[in-house]
Design a protein around this ligand. Structure first.
Ligand code: SF4
Ligand code: SF4
Ligand code: SF4
Length: 388
């Protein structure tokens, strides 16, 4: 088993729950048991009356480690452009999921895509599901990501190997886009089928995703809303509330601090709100009324947006509040600092046994707890002379 996943991700409650390690595990020994991260299945060998625990991971190239987004930190690429977008689908709408559906519909219709892996919602019981869809009808009728957690990459093998899709879009949270970025950067040839088939990654802005039990415990039990009344969940534009939009048009708001109790543990240390690794990122922050902010970060993302514009399924303007986006990036600095302290505790543990790690731990310690400079201190030269 990858020691790095165990020590640097799982034991630090850092797992984003994307499931790419589970999908890429060559021996299919990773799975979910209801906790905050995947677990390794225990395999027991019985010989006569004796039983021994097998190390299922022997002779493996540790694919799980190679793709985990939590083991790499990147600088965000400069956006190619930031626009306000509105969908011209079956309805004219500026909701993020409608904008995404328009881009996907245009991409599928033009043959740029043959499938989509996305976080969706089962409309009957409001359970989040990861799905593979392939037709325009499925794209248009999908609900899209709803801030309820499901491991999105659990269906990646179905898309790549069972359904043999060659041009896939993945629509999920920023951490899913980070996992794709990690995957794309890997030199491991065994990961090439995934690299070749994932063409486009789209992220929805995200400050945290909720465990599915939040629906039953908050919406149904505390607020008395029946599951089948809820059309979709969304974050309010001031980011203070989670909103349940009902089929009859009513909107019920849930204060974020109530919903936060159900946030996935790994979201606490996440520093990517704006989908910085995705080809396209979409969200309400910074958007004017009836539009979504659409950030285009790659040439591929640009091709898909231009295609949707050409097919008249999307309209864009430049009315975006860039300051609001900058403020969100400032939050990232705060989280990065929190993460740096977490990394330090890990280094200090390693430093107990390894002198090299100890030196690194000391360096990081000093940079985090740097000595404040005294205000008003005179600058002194070695010679006691200030150049008179
Ligand atoms: S080390 Fe290999 S076999 Fe073990 S969990 Fe990771 S990918 Fe799977
Ligand atoms: S972040 Fe994703 S790849 Fe990393 S351990 Fe968690 S589920 Fe696996
Ligand atoms: S906050 Fe969003 S992007 Fe970050 S780990 Fe949680 S789900 Fe992923």
């Amino acid at each position: 088993m990858s020691k790095r996943l165990e020590m640097e991700v799982w034991s630090l409650n850092n797992c984003a729950g994307c499931g790419l390690c589970v999908a890429s595990c060559s021996k299919q020994v990773l799975g979910w048991d209801g906790g905050n991260h995947p677990v390794v299945e225990k395999r027991i060998k019985t010989v006569g009356y004796t039983q021994s625990l097998l190390d299922s991971c022997t002779f493996c190239q540790v694919f799980c480690e190679e793709v985990c987004p939590r083991l790499e930190r990147w600088a965000a690429p400069e956006p190619q452009s930031v626009v306000a977008a509105r969908a011209h689908g079956p309805v004219k709408s500026g909701a993020p999921n409608d904008v995404i559906r328009s881009i996907l519909t245009a991409g599928r219709s033009a043959g740029l895509l043959d499938g989509v892996v996305l976080l969706d919602l089962d409309p009957w019981d409001l359970k989040p599901v990861a799905r593979v869809i392939s037709t325009v009808e499925e794209i248009v009728t999908s609900v899209g990501p709803q801030y309820l957690w499901a491991p999105i990459f659990d269906v990646l093998n179905e898309a790549v190997f069972d359904r043999k899709m060659e041009n896939i879009a993945v629509v999920g949270t920023p951490c899913a886009a980070q996992a794709i970025r990690r995957l794309r950067a890997s030199p491991n040839v065994y990961l090439q089928p995934y690299q070749d088939s994932i063409r486009l990654s789209i992220a929805i802005f995200c400050t945290g995703i909720y465990r599915p039990e939040m629906v039953e415990e908050v919406l149904v039990n505390r607020m008395g809303i029946a599951r089948d009344q809820v059309k979709r969940l969304e974050i309010s534009s001031d980011r203070e509330h989670l909103q349940a939009v009902l089929w009859n048009g009513d909107v019920h708001t849930i204060p974020r601090q109530i919903a936060e109790e159900y946030t996935l543990t790994g979201c606490g240390s996440c520093d990517d709100y704006l989908g910085e690794s995705a080809d396209l990122a979409v969200g309400t922050l910074g958007a004017s009324e009836n539009t979504s902010t659409l950030i285009i970060r790659s040439r591929v993302g640009d091709v898909f947006v231009r295609n949707a514009l050409q097919m008249k399924l999307l309209e864009t303007t430049d009315k975006v509040d860039l300051v609001a986006l900058e403020v969100a990036a400032g939050e990232k600095d705060r989280r990065e600092r929190a993460q740096a302290f977490k990394d330090l505790s890990l280094l200090m543990l390693d430093g107990l046994a390894d002198p090299l790690q100890r030196n690194q731990a000391i360096k990081q310690f000093v940079s985090l707890y740097r000595t404040p400079s005294r205000s008003g201190t005179l600058e002194r030269s070695r010679n006691g002379c200030t150049g008179c």
